[in-house]
Design a protein. Structure first.
Length: 333
């Protein structure tokens, strides 16, 4: 249980949207499930069924998100469902109308400000056309105006906070020297890659790329030249791999490539091509700079540490066998 909770916290910290969805789901279930039970005991079967239905759907959506499901589709599906059921609850119960306030606010964070504003407009139009829920409130104009203001301010706040979060994420996940993503970003992407592999079985490969004798470059040519080589290396790699491949600076002169949709053969071919490109194009003080590469493709049931460890062992073999080579960890037999 402790390990499960630790994994949950790590995934939620690594992926803001996933964490937001999980918190939203937890709060919704903790509120709606007991409320549904109370309504059932009171004999209000329609609203009780709505509460229980929403709880079950949200739980299913959260489980799908945890397994690596598409967060855009999940957020949109939950938001549309909750808005529709909120309107349904307002039709059956006088108190149901007031659930639309938190629903509209949550929608702005689940699907973004633009779509949230469209949903807010749709809710207001429905309430005007139906008329029943607003009439029961006793102050239809005040309630309608308050809902509109709530939706607009929620969208503005969600938009501002989203932009700030993106700026902070770029600062927190980008290596300042090379422009490659950093180790923190790698940890989050490894979690996502493993979750996606467990969901659909599509192969994903990991390659560790280490610049050979980089310390010698710093010692003999200076750290400025070493920095220039790292920047040139990053540009060459990013220009040689697919757009879907992600480059991370793991530390010093060691980099990691994460390559979705790549099996052992594809990984070996891609890394052999990359090694040749770097040998031809990467120079330090006019001298050739080579790299050693170790790679591994994720296997069923494998965790992050074991997968990374196999790639690291392959890199070690490449260095032991003379550097300037590619070693791929292949299945036995």
């Amino acid at each position: 249980m402790t390990r499960l909770l630790a994994g949950l916290r790590r995934r939620a910290r690594a992926d803001f949207r996933l964490g937001l969805y999980l918190v939203f789901g937890l709060l919704a279930v903790l509120v709606l499930a007991p409320l549904g039970l109370v309504r059932l005991l009171q004999g209000n079967l329609p609203l009780a069924l709505i509460d229980f239905g929403v709880s079950l759907v949200i739980l299913a959506a959260m489980a799908h998100a945890w397994r690596g499901g598409n967060l855009d589709r999940i957020g949109l599906s939950i938001t549309l469902l909750v808005n529709a059921l909120g309107l349904l609850a307002s039709h059956f119960s006088p108190g149901g109308l007031y659930w639309l306030f938190p629903i509209l606010m949550a929608s702005a964070f689940m699907v973004g400000p633009r779509l949230a504003l469209l949903l807010c407009a749709g809710v207001l139009v429905y309430l005007l056309l139906d008329g029943r829920a607003l009439a029961r409130s006793g102050q239809p104009l005040a309630v309608l105006s308050a809902l509109a203001v709530n939706g607009v301010f929620a969208a503005i706040f969600a938009g501002q906070s989203g932009r700030r979060r993106q700026q902070l994420e770029r600062l927190a996940t980008c290596d300042a020297l090379t422009g490659a993503e950093n180790r923190r970003a790698l940890e989050a992407e490894l979690e996502r890659a493993i979750a996606a592999f467990r969901r659909d079985g599509r192969p994903v490969a990991l390659a560790l790329v280490d610049l050979d004798h980089f310390k010698r470059i710093n010692d003999e040519l200076g750290h400025d030249e070493g920095d220039r080589v790292l920047q040139a290396f990053t540009r060459l790699v990013q220009g040689s791999v697919r757009r879907t491949d992600r480059l991370f600076r793991y530390g010093g002169e060691e980099f990691v490539l994460l390559m979705p949709g790549t099996d052992e053969l594809g990984l070996e071919l891609a890394m052999s091509h990359l090694r040749s490109r770097l040998r031809e194009g990467l120079r330090a003080g006019g001298r050739e700079v080579t790299v050693s590469i170790g790679g591994a493709v994720l296997r069923p049931g494998e965790d992050r540490d074991h997968w990374f460890g196999r790639a690291d062992e392959a890199l070690y073999r490449a260095k032991e066998l003379g550097r300037n080579r590619v070693e791929i960890d292949l299945p036995e037999g």
